[in-house]
Design a protein around this ligand. Sequence first.
Ligand code: FEO
Length: 170
Amino acid sequence: MFDSKVSELLNSQINKEFYSAYLYLDFSNYFVEQGLNGFANWYKVQAQEERDHALLFIQYMQNNNIKVTLTQLATPEVEYIDHMSPLKAGLEHEEFVTASIHTIYDAAYQVKDFRTMQFLDWFVKEQGEEETNANDLIRKMELFGTDPKGLYLLDQELAQRMYNPPSLVL
Ligand code: FEO
């Protein structure tokens, strides 16, 4: 039997991951409107990864006979003041998701749910990488984003990002 608190937290993480996909898709749409297709590509790939994260939580729960309940997604509400604002909102969101993963980990730890801890290990590492990527992007934007040529080159760089399925297989 799975601990009810751990099960509940796992279930609520599904919504957070799908919401992340929704949020990044909103960023991507903004950048399409702005004519920055490289940034749009980068966030679209990010959205695909977030959808994969949600599916991994679903798969893990189903593998362990935990009932999955899908809940309504919130509308992303980001104020697009400039090109930097989605980048900062993205970092803030990743920090929120990291805290959420750590909360589940802590709940699993409390009840000696080693299986869930092991499942979450991948996400703990992934969150570290995502925060690094979000920080790097902000740094690059600070350095080059105010110069049109710099922004053009950065957009070209971000256009290269390709979707890769998650390395975690359940
Ligand atoms: Fe799946 Fe970036 O959190």
